[in-house]
Design a protein around this ligand. Structure first.
Ligand code: SF4
Ligand code: SF4
Length: 193
């Protein structure tokens, strides 16, 4: 796999690996979206409950996601990485989101041997307008993005689809490397050290 292929496979996902291509788009998620019935009414209810969930989290019921890539101002109006997402969830991501009161079947679906964020009408379940409803508790892969894990190379890489990937600092890449190892161990791709 060339470097650019690895980046493309990693688009809106956490991993770049040839046997788990991440090139699937909203068409693949449309049936689940219809079944979910997550229309505007459900969305309103969900947002009301979100306040309660964050109160629970603020009371110390949920650990926050480590900050790896600090959002730049442009991120506030783009959210391209939160649409048609194929982000893989680690077991600790799922535990953290469930601790907020969300049910796994609401926000995740099994695909290609991994739990991934579920899309509703082509948008991540947690995307509200252009903001993430669970930003402080989002999956580790979201915290790393536009840094992604290139399993073929055993290193992290930048997703060139992100317009500000070039702003990534060396410090962020180093921090991502340390977290990437833990992520791969959690997913069973690397043996636990
Ligand atoms: S695609 Fe890049 S610029 Fe847009 S929200 Fe995601 S990280 Fe920010
Ligand atoms: S969890 Fe948040 S940051 Fe991650 S894809 Fe969904 S809306 Fe975007």
């Amino acid at each position: 796999m060339t470097g650019s292929e690895a980046f493309n496979h990693a688009t809106r996902g956490i991993l770049a690996r040839s046997n788990a291509k991440l090139g699937m788009r909203s068409r693949d998620f449309s049936a689940a979206s219809k079944l979910s019935g997550n229309g505007s009414g459900d969305r309103l209810i969900d947002e009301r409950f979100a306040t309660l969930r964050f109160k629970a989290a603020a009371a110390g019921c949920a650990e926050r996601t480590p900050t790896i890539w600090r959002a730049r101002p442009l991120c506030l109006s783009c959210s391209a990485c939160c649409r048609n997402t194929e982000m893989i969830l680690t077991p600790s991501d799922i535990r953290r989101l469930e601790a907020l009161g969300y049910r796994r079947e609401e926000f995740a679906m099994l695909r290609g041997g991994f739990y991934r964020l579920r899309n509703v009408k082509g948008r991540c379940y947690f995307l509200r307008g252009s903001r993430c409803a669970v930003y402080e508790y989002r999956p580790i892969g979201c915290s790393m993005y536009p840094i992604v894990i290139d399993v073929e190379k055993g290193d992290v890489a930048l997703d060139e689809d992100c317009p500000i990937a070039g702003e990534t600092t060396e410090g962020e890449l180093e921090l991502a490397r340390a977290h990437a190892k833990r992520v791969l161990e959690e997913l069973g791709i690397l043996p636990r050290s």
